[in-house]
Ligand binder design. Structure first.
Ligand code: NAD
Length: 481
C-alpha cells in the first residue's frame, strides 16, 4: 500500500506539473464528466447511500446526488468568469499602473471526507478543486465503506485518472497520506482529527481548510412566530430527524425556548414525529454500532434519562434510534457539552428569549446559529453579538444549498469557506499582478533623503494632489516637523 500511495501522489504531482490541469478546457471537461457520472449513476449513488446509512432515495438525491448536480452546473456556468483576471483600481502610489488579481491553481490537493454525507462531502470540495485547476487525491471515510468503494471504482472511469485519485482507508492511511507534501489539505471531520491534520500540515506549511462540527442551537421565539409555528415545526423537525437523523454538522443540536412555551413546543414536535418520522424508511439509521452506543450513552446517564419527554427507544439490531426529545437536561451533562450527531433533541428553557444571547456567548462558536423569530431586534442582536460560521433565520440546513453563500465555521467549528465561487477561491491562490511601464520615474522613492522627499511621500499617501502639485512647482515650502 505504501508503494501505491507513493505512486498515486507522484502521478498527481506530475499531472499538475505537466500544466494540463490549468486550462479552461481540462477543467470544463472534468466537471462535465463528473456531471455525467452523477446523472448516469444516480440510482447506484442512492443505493450506495442506502447501504451505508439506510438513506431514503429522496433524501439521498436531495442531499447528495441531486445536490451535487446543482453544484457542478453552477461551477460550469461560472467557470470562465471565475478564471478571468480581476482588474483592480490603482491608488496614487502606483500611478501609472494597471493591476489585476489572477487566480492560480494551488497544485496537488488532499481532500478528507466524513461519513455522514459520504458522496456529497467528497465531491463538493472536488468540484471546487477541479474548477480551480488542481490535481486531487481524495480519501473518503472508511465508516461509509460502500460509498468509499463506489468513489474508488467510478471516479477513475469518468475523470482524468492521473490527476484525480481516490485512496480508500482509515486513520492509518490518513496518517500515511499526511506524511506527503500537499499544496492544500481540505478536511471535513471532527475537531479532534482536525488538530492532527493541522499539526501534520504545519511541517510543510501546507494551508488547510477545516470543516468541523459543533453544537448548532436553534432559538425558538414562540411568541413572535405564533401564527407560523407550524411552518417552524416542519423546518425544525426536518433539520433534525429528516436530515441524516441529525448526523450532520449543520443539523439542529438543541433548541432554546422560553419556559412558558416549552410544553406546547414538545407537544407540536411530538405530533410532527408521529406524522412524519416513525417509519424506518423515512429515517436514516445510525452509521454503526460505535456511534449507536455513543448516542445511547448520552441518555443512559440517569440525570439525563429523567429528562426524556418523548421517544428514547433503541433498535440495536437495525441501528435505529427513535426521534427523542429531552427537556432541560443538565447543562453540565455530556449531551449538552458534546456534539450530539444523532436524533436526540434537547430543549433548553430560559426565562426570557433574550437571555439566549448570553447563553450562546458563553459557549464555543457553533457552525450555525438558527433562530425562528420575527423579532427584528433579536435578529439584529444575534448577528451583532454572537459569533458562528453562519446564521439562518426561520429555516434550517437549507442555507447549505446556496452556492452564493460561503459555507464554513469559525473558532471551534473550523475555518475556511467553500461552495460556489468560495470553493474556487478556496483552491486558488489569488496572485497579485502589477504592470508598470518605464515612464514617470520619481526620485522621491530613493536616497539621498531630504525633508522635501518626506513631505512628498506624506502627500502621496494622503492623496493630497494640491500639495504634490505645489511641491513640484516649488510653490510650497515643506515643513521639517
Ligand atoms: P473524523 O474526524 O473521525 O474523520 C474524518 C476523516 O478523517 C475521515 O476520512 C477519516 O478516515 C480521517 N481520519 C480519521 N482519523 C485520522 C487520523 N488519525 N489521521 C488522518 N486521518 C484520519 O470525522 P467523522 O466521524 O467522519 O465525521 C464526523 C465529524 O465531522 C463531526 O464532528 C461533524 O460535525 C463533522 N462534519 C463537519 C462538516 C462540515 O462541513 N463542517 C460536515 C460533516 C461532518
Amino acid at each position: 500500500m505504501a508503494m501505491d500511495l507513493e505512486r498515486v501522489v507522484q502521478e498527481a504531482r506530475e499531472a499538475f506539473e505537466s500544466g494540463g490541469t490549468r486550462s479552461y478546457f481540462w477543467r470544463r471537461s472534468q466537471l462535465r464528466a463528473l456531471k455525467d457520472l452523477l446523472h448516469e449513476m444516480e440510482t447506484a449513488i442512492c443505493e450506495t447511500l442506502n447501504l451505508d446509512l439506510g438513506k431514503h432515495r429522496v433524501e439521498a438525491y436531495r442531499d447528495e446526488a441531486g445536490f451535487l448536480i446543482k453544484s457542478v452546473d453552477y461551477a460550469l456556468q461560472n467557470l470562465k468568469k471565475w478564471m478571468s483576471p480581476e482588474k483592480v483600481s490603482v491608488p496614487l502610489i502606483g500611478f501609472p499602473t494597471t493591476s489585476e488579481v489572477v487566480p492560480e491553481p494551488l497544485g496537488v490537493v488532499l481532500i478528507f471526507a466524513s461519513w455522514n454525507f459520504p458522496i456529497g462531502l467528497s465531491l463538493e470540495p472536488l468540484i471546487g478543486a477541479l474548477s480551480a485547476g488542481n490535481s486531487v487525491v481524495l480519501k473518503p471515510s472508511e465508516l461509509a465503506p460502500a460509498s468509499s468503494k463506489f468513489l474508488a471504482e467510478n471516479l477513475p472511469k469518468y475523470l482524468d485518472n492521473k490527476a484525480v485519485a481516490v485512496i480508500e482507508g482509515g486513520p492509518l492511511i490518513g496518517q500515511q497520506l499526511l506524511e506527503h507534501k500537499w499544496d492544500k489539505i481540505f478536511f471535513t471531520g471532527s475537531s479532534k482529527i482536525g488538530r492532527i491534520i493541522m499539526t501534520a500540515a504545519a511541517k510543510h506549511l501546507t494551508p488547510v481548510c477545516l470543516e468541523l462540527g459543533g453544537k448548532c442551537p436553534a432559538i425558538i421565539d414562540s411568541l413572535s412566530i405564533s401564527g407560523d409555528i407550524k411552518v417552524a415545526i416542519n423546518r425544525i423537525a426536518g433539520a433534525k430527524w429528516g436530515f441524516c437523523s441529525g448526523q450532520a454538522c449543520i443539523a439542529i443540536d438543541y433548541l432554546i425556548v422560553e419556559e412558558k412555551y416549552a410544553p406546547s413546543l414538545v407537544d407540536l414536535l411530538r405530533k410532527k414525529i408521529k406524522s412524519c418520522y416513525m417509519r424506518q424508511g423515512d429515517l436514516t439509521r445510525i452509521v454503526n454500532k460505535q456511534h449507536f452506543q455513543r448516542l445511547r450513552k448520552f441518555i443512559e446517564d440517569p440525570v439525563v434519562a429523567n429528562t426524556v419527554v418523548y421517544g428514547g427507544s433503541f433498535d440495536q439490531e437495525n441501528l435505529y434510534i427513535e426521534p427523542t426529545i429531552l427537556l432541560d437536561p443538565p447543562l453540565d451533562s455530556e449531551i449538552m457539552n458534546e456534539e450530539i450527531f444523532g436524533p436526540l433533541l434537547p430543549i433548553i428553557t430560559l426565562k426570557k428569549i433574550e437571555h439566549s444571547i448570553e447563553f450562546l456567548k458563553a459557549r464555543p462558536k457553533p457552525l450555525v446559529i438558527y433562530a425562528f423569530t420575527k423579532n427584528e431586534k433579536l435578529k439584529e442582536r444575534i448577528v451583532e453579538e454572537t459569533s458562528s460560521g453562519s446564521v439562518t433565520f426561520n429555516d434550517a440546513v437549507i442555507q447549505f444549498a446556496l452556492d452564493t453563500l460561503p459555507f464554513g465555521g469559525t473558532g471551534q467549528s473550523g475555518f475556511g469557506k467553500y461552495h460556489g465561487k468560495f470553493s474556487f477561491d478556496q483552491f486558488s491562490h489569488q496572485k497579485a499582478i502589477m504592470r508598470r511601464s518605464f515612464y514617470m520615474e520619481f526620485s522621491f522613492r530613493y536616497p539621498p533623503w531630504n525633508e522635501r522627499k518626506l513631505q512628498f511621500i506624506r502627500y502621496v499617501y494622503s492623496y493630497n494632489y494640491v500639495g504634490i502639485l505645489l511641491l513640484f512647482l516649488g510653490l510650497k515650502r515643506y515643513s521639517s516637523a
